[in-house]
Design a protein around this ligand. Structure first.
Ligand SMILES: NC(=O)c1ccc[n+]([C@@H]2O[C@H](COP(=O)([O-])OP(=O)(O)OC[C@H]3O[C@@H](n4cnc5c(N)ncnc54)[C@H](OP(=O)(O)O)[C@@H]3O)[C@@H](O)[C@H]2O)c1
Length: 335
């Protein structure tokens, strides 16, 4: 099968940083299904792993954790899917990824693909939907009916923010303030329904005051958390909740103590990585999101389609993500 892989941790400008390769098609065992990958999307985790994972001598590392495709084979213990089903999933960080024509994935972290979306429109969503859903509803347990509460989402026009904003606007009564720094990303967030868009290149507490709102009860930091942390401490309301998903260096959360702010960290891969007893929740979340797409509540977050799945196009996608200027999701389709 065709795949895209790497052997060395190289800068994305180097043509060897991601290469077109051939591999054996794997065989489904246990609860695994073998999926023919039709479309993928690209996430910051892809370049983070490309920078730091070292395959054994002579081996290739195949990354990519967002796909939509068709079930080709099922393991002997599979009960949720049959050959021919159209599915979507993010996958497991500890296993080979979706930058390959065929991929094995445990059925418990796979959902049915929405009927209303093409494969590429669908591939934009699994990883970011799981992240946003788990952060909002499993970790922070936001009060969906609190009309008087404010949620601030920092770095909201990227992959995760584009679906998180929709979940907040469509499934809760919270007042939503989102941040962006460019005209293009500001417009994107207004179109997704943000009540206010403020600029994360300016002090966020001053920006929030300008909207007429008095602080935020929930703060979700999706990007550059260490850069915004002092402002978050300033603007979050007493007894508020703070959630983050990125990788701040040496962050000390103790300044949040005075306000008794609880801190919630989400990693979308925790359930699959540790095979937690509730791992099948990701199957349920993906099916629920598919229902919400099919009934018109949510929409795809595709920002750009980068063409077929090959090393050249994936290098372009990684380069754009590494620049920090993505709007919505980048998708690729077919081999
Ligand atoms: N823990 C998890 O499970 C999980 C899951 C998914 C992602 N992540 C991590 O979460 C982060 C965001 O992921 P993503 O997919 O949303 O990324 P992304 O699509 O690359 O985010 C791009 C957005 O970030 C904004 N941005 C750039 N610089 C910023 C800054 N200094 N402050 C605030 N926002 C800024 C940009 O807005 P402007 O262009 O308007 O400036 C842009 O729209 C990444 O670090 C990723 O690895 C973690």
């Amino acid at each position: 099968m065709k795949a895209v892989g790497f052997q060395e941790n190289l800068p994305i400008e180097n043509t060897d940083s991601l290469q077109d390769i051939e591999m054996e098609i794997p065989v489904a065992q246990g609860r695994d299904i073998l999926v023919e990958v039709k479309a993928i999307s690209v996430n910051p985790v892809d370049y983070k792993i490309r920078h730091r994972r070292s395959p054994a001598e002579g081996e290739w590392s195949v990354i990519g954790w967002d796909a939509a495709g068709i079930v080709k084979e099922v393991g002997p213990d599979v009960t949720l899917f049959e050959v021919g089903d159209e599915v979507w999933y993010a996958g497991d960080l500890t296993r080979p990824g979706s930058n390959a024509e065929f991929q094995l994935v445990d059925e418990r972290i796979v959902g049915r693909k929405p009927i209303a979306l093409s494969f590429s429109e669908a591939a934009a969503l699994p990883l970011t939907s799981l992240t946003a859903w788990e952060l909002l509803f499993d970790r922070m347990q936001v009060d969906k009916n609190a009309e008087d509460k404010v949620i601030l989402v920092i770095g909201a026009a990227g992959g995760v923010g584009s679906i998180l904003v929709q979940l907040v606007k469509k499934l809760t009564k919270l007042k939503l303030v989102a941040t962006a720094s460019r005209a293009e990303t500001t417009k994107w967030l207004q179109a997704l329904g943000a009540d206010h868009v403020i600029n994360h290149r300016l002090p966020l507490s001053d920006e929030l005051i300008k909207t007429g709102l008095k602080g935020a009860d929930y703060v979700i930091s999706l990007n550059a958390t260490d850069q915004h942390f002092d402002e978050i401490v300033k603007l979050i309301n007493p007894q508020g909740k703070f959630g983050l998903i990125d990788d701040p260096k040496n962050m000390n959360i103790m300044p949040l103590k005075t306000k008794s702010v609880s801190t919630h960290i989400e990693l979308m891969f925790t359930r699959s990585m540790f095979e937690t007893s509730d791992m099948i929740e990701q199957h349920h979340i993906l099916n629920h999101v598919a229902d919400l797409i099919d009934n018109g509540t949510l929409t795809t977050t595709v920002g750009e389609h980068f063409g077929v799945i090959n090393a050249e196009n994936l290098r372009k996608a990684h380069a754009l993500l590494e620049s920090g200027k993505a709007r919505g999701k980048i998708v690729l389709e077919g081999f």
